[in-house]
Structure formats: structure tokens, C-alpha cells
Design a protein around this ligand. Structure first.
Ligand code: FMN
Length: 176
């Protein structure tokens, strides 16, 4: 792995508080390009993205999850990661890869982001995925994996360093 990729991986931390500053369309497009370059099983490309920057809609999305969605209070933009569950039996994996690539691209552009999980999560009104589908008019066959909240960082985060790397998680030849 190249040095630069490792540096981005170390710097990327979840950011949940953002400045008011809007994001240029061009910047958002750069982030989206990373998502669109995601690999997918059998190259089926089931993943799609919904970009939201309207404040009212961002707050509606926040209400789709009872906990862990506070970043949407200040996010300048959210990218909702959905995938066609009829097109791929491993849409969750495909959408997860796309989600992290969006985050890494955001970090590389000096932006902050956080992965807000929607699949298997609940709001006060019920299933988070269902709520997001309603808010954004997403057809039923799409799974809603995550929402990536993005913006200029308004909190400082500590990058990972070499001491964060737990090599006891790595096994060679067999588990023992
Ligand atoms: C699958 C997944 C789901 C997550 N869901 C949420 C979430 O709903 N809300 C949130 O604020 N953070 C969420 N996170 C961010 C994690 O809490 C965070 O990545 C973890 O605590 C490690 O911190 P770091 O991102 O700064 O390295 C999620 C991360 C992953 C990978």
C-alpha cells in the first residue's frame, strides 16, 4: 500500500460537528467519483447515491434514526448510499465499500465525514431504512445502507498512529 493511502487512512476519523460553510458542487462531485469507482461483486454495480444538501431534508433524515445521527444537525451535505437488493445478493458489501471510499475521498479533500448506519437501525417511527425510503421517495427494492454526513470539520480529531495498529488481530498460516 502506498504511503499516501496509509496517511489518509490514519487521518480519517469520524467527524460529527461541521462548519456552516457550504460545499461546492465540484467538491461533492470529487467525493462521488470515489463512490462511483467502487468495486462490486460480479461488477453488477448495484450501488446508487442520493446527495442531499437541503437543511430541512437533512433534519428529516436525522429523524429516521433515534440515536447516532446527530452529525446531520450540522452537516453541509449528506450522501445516502443505497443499493438495488434485487440486482445483487451482496449489496450490503458493495454499499459498504462505497461508503468507506466516500469517507476516504472526503478526508483527502480536507473534509470531515461520518458513517451513519441505517440498515438494521430504528427510529421512533420504526425501521430506519423504511423511513429514509419515505423521505427520499426511494423504491422498495433498494436497501438503504448508510448516510455519509460531510462538511468542513468543526472539531479536531486525533489521527491514528503506528501504536494504534493492533497486529495481534493478524494471524499467520492458521489462527494459533
Ligand atoms: C458500520 C458502521 C456503522 C457506523 N454507524 C455510525 C452511526 O450510526 N453514527 C455515528 O455517529 N457513527 C457511526 N459509525 C462511526 C463509528 O462509530 C466510528 O467509525 C468508530 O467509533 C471508530 O472511530 P473513527 O471513525 O474515528 O476511527 C459507524 C461506523 C461503521 C463502520
Amino acid at each position: 500500500m502506498g504511503y499516501e493511502v496509509l496517511e489518509i487512512l490514519k487521518k480519517r476519523r469520524s467527524v460529527r460537528k461541521f462548519k456552516e460553510e457550504k460545499l461546492d458542487k465540484e467538491v461533492i462531485n470529487k467525493v462521488l467519483r470515489a463512490g462511483l469507482l467502487s468495486p462490486s461483486s460480479k461488477n453488477k454495480k448495484p450501488v446508487e447515491f442520493i446527495v442531499v444538501d437541503d437543511k430541512e431534508t437533512l433534519l428529516k433524515l436525522k429523524e429516521c434514526k433515534s440515536k447516532g445521527a446527530d452529525a446531520l444537525n450540522t452537516a453541509s451535505c449528506a450522501i445516502v448510499v443505497i443499493a438495488d437488493s434485487q440486482l445483487s445478493d451482496v449489496w450490503i458489501e458493495d454499499a459498504s465499500i462505497a461508503t468507506i471510499l466516500l469517507q476516504l475521498a472526503a478526508e483527502d479533500l480536507g473534509l470531515g465525514s461520518v458513517w451513519i448506519q441505517m440498515r438494521n437501525r430504528q427510529s421512533n417511527l420504526g425501521c430506519s431504512e423504511e423511513q429514509v425510503r419515505k423521505v427520499l421517495n426511494i423504491p422498495e427494492k433498494y436497501g438503504v445502507l448508510s448516510i455519509v454526513a460531510i462538511g468542513y470539520k468543526d472539531e479536531s480529531t486525533k489521527p491514528y498512529d503506528e501504536s494504534s495498529l493492533d497486529f495481534s488481530k493478524v494471524h499467520y498460516d492458521n489462527y494459533l
